[in-house]
Design a protein around this ligand. Structure first.
Ligand SMILES: Cc1cc2nc3c(=O)[nH]c(=O)nc-3n(C[C@H](O)[C@H](O)[C@H](O)COP(=O)(O)O)c2cc1C
Length: 218
């Protein structure tokens, strides 16, 4: 007597087909993930060889007499990062900057903390940056109002901000902690540093490398 062959049901064939396709999808996803990891590792190694940062870094700065600009340029060159100047729509003349004159523009702005001087050009693609170095001069012990305009213009959630400033002699003081207050809880805010206007590039490199940000400065 021959063995009885059970006829294969069409639903069974469908089921097997379905399982086969699912297995195929899972397998190709796993292969794609493995390839992506390998590509990421390769890019990381290449970046390390070329001295590039793995993180996208922006140096945003405001400067009227060039001191903060010079520092921002050192940071950008040392860490191979992009520079963005926070340019006021109406630039400050030397009379505007005359802090001794109680009716000068800087004094008027200082006396109205809610005043936000307009910025002429927005930073492009802010969403692409992971770390933003934010540079400003100390005015009357604080950051100029335009830095508040800048911070209120973007969503810095998930980003790291590193404040730095220049001054005649004042420390960074409460200028940075006051700026921090207006950022979302999701923003990582590093304690800032104050520099003299003539700080050298090598001092800046030492500072950047000591920040523990996993960005390479020369
Ligand atoms: C309106 C105004 C207020 C200032 N207030 C202070 C201050 O409180 N403490 C200080 O040490 N320097 C003060 N300075 C000096 C600047 O902080 C210093 O010159 C700074 O490096 C200028 O930066 P910049 O060249 O990038 O504009 C003030 C300068 C101006 C124009």
């Amino acid at each position: 007597m021959g063995a009885k062959v059970k006829p294969v049901q069409p639903t069974e064939i469908k089921m097997k087909k379905y399982l086969f396709i699912t297995a195929l999808i899972i397998l190709s996803t796993l292969i794609a993930c493995a390839q992506k990891n390998r590509t990421d590792n390769n890019t990381e190694i290449k970046n390390q060889i070329q001295g590039k940062n793995m993180k996208n870094v922006l140096i945003a700065y405001f400067s009227c007499t060039g001191n903060t600009r010079s520092l921002a340029e050192h940071i950008a060159q040392a860490s191979k990062a992009e520079l963005y100047e926070i340019k006021p729509k109406i630039s400050y003349s030397s009379e505007d900057l005359n802090w001794r004159n109680s009716s000068s523009r800087v004094n008027i702005e200082k006396n109205d903390p809610s005043f936000r001087p307009a910025i002429s050009d927005n930073a492009k693609n802010m969403e692409q940056y992971d770390i933003i170095f934010l540079g400003y001069p100390i005015w009357f012990g604080q950051a100029p109002n335009i830095i508040y305009t800048f911070l209120e213009s973007y969503d810095f959630s998930g980003k790291t901000i590193v404040p730095f400033c220049t001054s005649g002699s004042s420390p960074i003081g409460t200028s940075a902690s006051n700026l921090h207050k207006i950022c979302s809880d999701n923003t990582t805010w590093l304690s800032g540093s104050r520099f003299a206007g003539n700080t050298s590039r090598s001092e800046i490199v030492t500072w950047i490398n000591g920040l523990g940000l996993n960005i390479t400065a020369e």
